[in-house]
Design a protein around this ligand. Structure first.
Ligand code: NIG
Ligand code: FE
Length: 427
């Protein structure tokens, strides 16, 4: 048995309802002072005050006891949107960005996503796997214990399937939980630029059946955007995806308002992601559809979209007021967000969107878990849930989140197993 005791604060992030946190519940991360929890195998068996837990589970020989005095305990972070399988780097392209070239202009000049597609297509499976595994290790060192990964840098049947097989291997080899998403509709590849309809036919008639046959994905995502696919094209692809038993996610209103939120709502998507240019009416549609809005302050940071700050702050307010669950994610990818750390995303969620400490923590734990339809197993510390637990060297949750960046994390525990023990302060 693993028993963690004496936490100065233990944030359970338990939802007041069955679903994700909204309204008043979203502003509360369920703090227990002098908290403790007990773990048996891969599961949490009890959470409460140290006194209660020790009375119920008096330590026996062989138990692993972690004294979390002066530290905080919280759920493992859930990154519900990443593009973590790719080859090549966009570091050189970023020089142009620093010189003022926009994301959309780089794409139109056949840079951006197309650069990564070319590098990914020519990489070996082994290279892709090693690189993604390295990415996942870096994420885990920052507290991520579950990650969603999209394909989308292949854009041919063979290459998309290869990427999905790499994702499947990452899921199989652990230790992180991985949710696989097919994003063959990321953008129209250059060889089909004058025949988009044929590419879409290939996604529908060849890629999706092959994915279904091999059981390679849980979700289908579409980049519904002037740089990606129209709402009509997205509907065609998502209809086919649902026929093949996949659930839906949508990259919506990222570079301009284009109708992606409406598509997400129509298909009862698990998430609508980005939402930068969404209007109040678009956001309200998500509420009835049961769709989570996922925001990416890291994209704003990396693309230096300072002019969006006011708009994104207002967007977050509207999402909360509409009673739509809000989650934050890295959107890790080589172009718009080479970011590994969900802690940094929470830091930015506060500074860019005006979210509170508690809201940010809920947005990268329980609400992100619900965005991956795993809210019943992950995202909060409660009896019966998977033992994905973080311990950080800070006296309160507020102190932990107030300090910008990583470094305070001392333990990352996945399914009851310690992944990263680190020393706290230097002695
Ligand atoms: O979510 N917008 C589409 N896809 C990614 C970026 C991909 C890239 O630039 O390589 C995103 O931001
Ligand atoms: Fe994305």
């Amino acid at each position: 048995m693993l028993i963690i005791t004496n936490a100065a604060e233990l944030a359970t992030c338990t939802s007041g309802y069955k679903g994700p946190k909204i309204g008043k519940d979203f502003r509360d991360c369920g703090i227990i002072k002098n908290g403790a929890l007990a773990v048996m195998g891969e599961k949490i068996v009890a959470v409460g005050s140290t006194e209660r837990i020790l009375r119920r589970f008096p330590p026996r020989r062989g138990d692993h006891i972690i004294d979390a005095s002066g530290k905080i305990v919280m759920p493992g972070f859930v990154d519900c949107h990443t593009h973590a399988v790719y080859a090549g780097s966009r570091a050189e392209e970023y020089r142009a960005k620093l010189g003022g070239v926009s994301y959309a202009d780089a794409h139109k000049k056949r840079g951006g996503i197309f650069l990564t597609v070319a590098a990914t297509r020519s990489a070996t499976v082994d290279t892709l796997y090693r690189s993604a595994r390295n990415t996942l290790s870096r994420m885990a060192a920052c507290g991520t214990t579950t990650v969603e990964i999209k394909s989308g840098y292949g854009l041919s049947t063979e290459s998309e399937l290869r990427i999905l097989r790499v994702i499947q291997e990452l899921a199989r080899s652990g230790p992180l939980d991985v949710a696989a998403t097919f994003l063959g509709a990321h953008t129209v590849p250059l060889e089909y630029e004058h025949d988009r309809a044929s590419y879409i036919r290939m996604v529908v008639n060849t890629m999706l059946p092959a994915i279904k046959k091999e059981g390679l994905a849980e979700y289908c995502d579409v980049f519904c955007d002037p740089l990606g696919f129209t709402p009509g094209e997205a509907r065609k692809i998502l209809t086919a995806a649902m026929r093949h038993g996949l659930r839906v996610r949508v990259h919506a209103e990222q570079t301009r308002r284009f109708g992606g939120m409406r598509v997400a709502a129509e298909f009862g998507a698990s998430s609508a992601d980005h939402c930068d240019f969404a209007r109040t009416g678009d956001i309200r549609l998500l509420r009835t559809a049961g769709t989570t809005a996922v925001l990416f302050p890291g994209v704003q940071l990396h693309l230096m979209e300072w002019e969006k700050r006011g708009r994104m702050r207002a967007r977050a307010e509207i999402i909360k007021k509409a009673g739509v669950p809000l989650a934050l994610a890295t959107d890790h990818n080589p172009g718009s967000s080479p970011i590994y750390s969900l802690k940094l995303i929470a830091d930015l969620g506060m500074r860019f969107f005006g979210l509170t400490y508690e809201e940010c923590l809920n947005a990268i734990t329980i609400n992100a878990a619900h965005a991956l339809d795993r809210g019943d197993m992950l995202g909060s510390l409660e009896a019966g849930k998977q033992a994905d637990i973080l311990i950080a060297d800070a006296p309160t949750i507020a102190e932990y989140l107030h300090a910008v960046g990583d470094g305070a994390l001392v333990y990352v525990i996945k399914k009851g197993r310690v992944l990263f023990p680190r020393r706290g302060a230097l002695r």
